[in-house]
Design a protein around this ligand. Sequence first.
Ligand SMILES: [Zn+2]
Length: 58
Amino acid sequence: METECTYCGSDIERHDPVFVNEGTNTSDSQAGQFCNYACLTAYVEEEGLATGAACEWP
Ligand SMILES: [Zn+2]
């Protein structure tokens, strides 16, 4: 199993890992894993994932 942070590439198990899934119900579509919420937030902002997506969920 890979333990690299999606954002910064550090070993997430040395921190307080946060996992993100894409989609609604499936647990096998993991979109990313991060050291902590700081990396998660930075990744989302950098990728623009928060822009325009919030109101389009079914
Ligand atoms: Zn990180």
